[in-house]
Each structure stands twice: as C-alpha cells, then as structure tokens.
Design a protein around this ligand. Structure first.
Ligand SMILES: Cc1ncc(COP(=O)(O)O)c(C=O)c1O
Length: 375
C-alpha cells in the first residue's frame, strides 16, 4: 500500500483527532525509520515514552517471554511481576504503596479519588498551563481552555493559579482543598521550570491546610530529568506521585504511589487491564535498563546545553525546551528534512525528549541540525 493510499484509508475510517505528518514503521535505540526508508534521530520518543529507546532487546525479550506464558489474568488473582514492580516503584519514589493504571490520565484519576477519600474534601488546585490528561477527572484539573472548555461543566471543581506563584497559591488553597496537582516541570506547556523554592512552598501550604500534594511525574518521571522523579531535585516529598509515559518503554502503563496512610481499600478502585502481566514485564525490564542509563542522563543533558547555548535552552536532564515563537513548526519541519524529529509543545516551544539511551554522536548531530534550523 502506498503512503497516499494509507492516508486515504486513515481519513476514511479513523476519527481525525490528531494532525500527523509521516508514518514511522521501525525503531532501534534512538533511531526510527519511515515507510519511505528515511532515517531519523528521534527526539520525540513517543512524547517522552520510549525511555529505553525503541525496541530495547531486554524489554522486547521480557514482553515476548511473558506473552508465551500468560498475557492476561485479571486482578482477581495475583499477577506475575506486579508485586515486584510495586516494590521497585515504592523504593524509587520514596512512597509507601503503589497501584497501577493504563495511562497517565488514569493515574491522575486515581490520585483524584485517593485525595477525595483521604481528605473527605472535594475540590482541587492546579496551575495555569498544566496538563494532567483528557479523561473527565484529569481534564477537570487540566488548564488549557481549548481542550477543557468544550467538555464543561467538569467535576471535580478546580482553581488554577500561575505556575510558580506561591502568593496566588496561598489564596487558592484552603481547608476545603482535597489536593494540589503540580508538575515538576510543565512539559506540555513547553518545558517550563518554576523557581527553586516553589515546591517547598507548595509542601508547606499543603501541610498547613491538609491538602494532599500530588506530583504529576507522568512526563518528568522515570529518569527523564536525571533522577527517578523530577521533584527529587528539590528535596521535597509529595504525598502522591503519578507516573506513566517512560515506565513501560511504550507498553501502555501508568502508576500511582502514595505515602503511608494513603491507600485504596477493597473495591475503592480497580481496573480490568491495569498492572497486567505484559505491562509489568515491560515495566520491570524498563527499570532494569533505566537503572543503568540513569547516571548518564545529566551529562547528556549538559552536552545538549553546551551545544545549544546560543538558543537559551531550558535543560533538565534529557527534557529540553527552546522558545522559538511562530517559527516552531517550520523549524521542526526543517529538522525532519535533515533527519531529526522534534516537536512543538504549546505555542512556540521546541521540545526535545530523546530516549535516555541516546548516544553522544547522535546528540552532536541533533544539535548541529537544530542549530542550523533555528538559524
Ligand atoms: C504531565 C502529564 N500528565 C498526564 C498526562 C496524560 O497522560 P496520558 O496521555 O498517558 O493519559 C500527560 C501526557 O502528556 C502529561 O504530560
């Protein structure tokens, strides 16, 4: 089938919720190939998902091995790999217990439910330009008007204050607030980093009011910033952490971890598929690979920072943003022409979130292409 035929098939049968340019058919490490045989260094990585690179042999082998044994079993039974994975998530998040989901939005749905049952309160506070997902609950705590307004009214009630603004937060968080949703870095907003003392202020305010501090680490977690969690750079411990994206190397999975005293009781939450054998095999293998890759992430980020210094990049490990304004789509297209995939997050920000296993030669090539494209 030609690319034109495929586009026609897609246009006829698939709902047009996404704008897309090309068809990628194969990946290895930080490289992907399209159906025309063109090769790219992938700094999109499934939007910060393919943390171990594409088709890492250890992850592929773990998924295949598990698929030959048992694909699905239901949470009515103990699931192979699930308790081991929960232990690992608890250990690297510093939390007490974990629970699994199928996506980031669903992990945040779980956090909303947990905050409501733990506090007996109803409303939330989040930040302008934040993104927490597109299901009705996670959308309710997501700010972007274009994606939330068509679906209003949304539950639970949520107030939004400027990201990084502790004074505004103080006037929004009350003894009625169930939780404060906060990203360690706002990814979808274009890789926006708040002031250093911000998270300590959020923590103190949550302690004063009894609201739960919910760190959405869906994009910043799993080693993306050079530590397991983005918030671990600040020394602040949240009450709840949500994860997804990089946790399964592309196998759909999310997780919720919470401090001692916060947990779902029997029947308070659940899912047919979440934390199934294949997802747990993928995630356990991903963590094996990330344990080795993690020490190199900060250095790789610094290599990007040095090479792109002229463009004033915001770099936290391998999560990078460069503000380029209206030129963003044109620059991304020029990069693709030259074998590098990057995307635009929010208005006018290039976002680079390559696999954490990207090699130095590829970093140098990406920087040269970007530098030429930005001009
Ligand atoms: C910070 C954050 N939270 C939640 C989500 C939603 O995750 P998912 O698309 O897996 O539902 C995203 C997705 O981009 C995200 O970046």
């Amino acid at each position: 089938m030609t690319e034109t035929d495929y586009r026609a098939l897609d246009a006829r049968y698939y709902m047009p919720a996404f704008g897309r340019e090309r068809m990628l058919v194969k990946g290895r490490g930080a490289r992907v190939w399209d159906d025309q045989g063109n090769e790219f260094i992938d700094c999109v990585a499934g939007i910060a998902v393919c943390s171990t690179g594409h088709c890492h042999p250890h992850v592929v082998e773990a998924i295949c091995r598990q698929a030959r044994e048992l694909i699905h079993i239901s949470n009515l039974y103990y699931v192979p790999g699930q308790a081991e994975l929960a232990k690992r998530v608890v250990e690297f998040t510093g939390m007490h217990k974990a629970f699994f989901s199928n996506s980031g939005a669903e992990a945040n749905e779980g956090a909303i439910k947990l905050a409501r049952i733990a506090t007996g309160r109803r409303t939330f506070v989040a930040f302008e330009h934040c993104f927490h997902g597109r299901t009705m609950g996670s959308l309710a705590v997501t700010h972007k008007p274009a994606i939330r307004e068509p679906f209003e009214p949304l539950e639970p009630g949520c107030a939004f204050v400027p990201y990084g603004d502790l004074e505004a937060l103080k006037s929004a968080v009350t003894r009625e607030t169930a939780g404060v949703f906060v990203e360690a870095i706002q990814g979808e907003a274009g890789v926006i980093c708040p002031p250093d003392d911000f998270f300590r202020g959020v923590r103190d305010l949550c302690d004063d009011t009894g609201a739960l501090m919910i760190a959405d680490e869906v994009q910043t977690g799993m080693g993306r910033t050079g530590k397991w969690l983005g918030i671990q750079h600040t020394g602040v411990e949240p009450d709840v952490v949500t994860l997804a994206k990089g946790i399964g190397s592309g196998f759909p999975m999310g997780a919720l971890a919470a401090r001692e005293g916060l947990e779902f009781g029997r029947s308070q939450h659940g899912s047919t598929f979440a934390g199934g054998p294949l997802a747990c095999a993928a995630a356990n293998a991903t963590i094996d690979v990330l344990e080795e890759a993690l020490p190199s992430v900060a250095g790789k980020g610094e290599r990007f920072r040095a090479a792109l210094a002229a463009h004033d990049p915001r770099v936290r490990g391998l999560m990078m943003g460069i503000t380029v304004g209206d030129a963003c789509a044109g620059i991304a297209a020029a990069c693709a022409e030259n074998g590098v995939l990057v995307n635009c997050a929010a208005d006018g920000n290039l976002r680079l979130v390559p696999p954490l296993v990207i090699e130095n030669d590829d970093i140098d090539r990406v920087c040269a292409v970007l530098h030429a494209a930005i001009g």
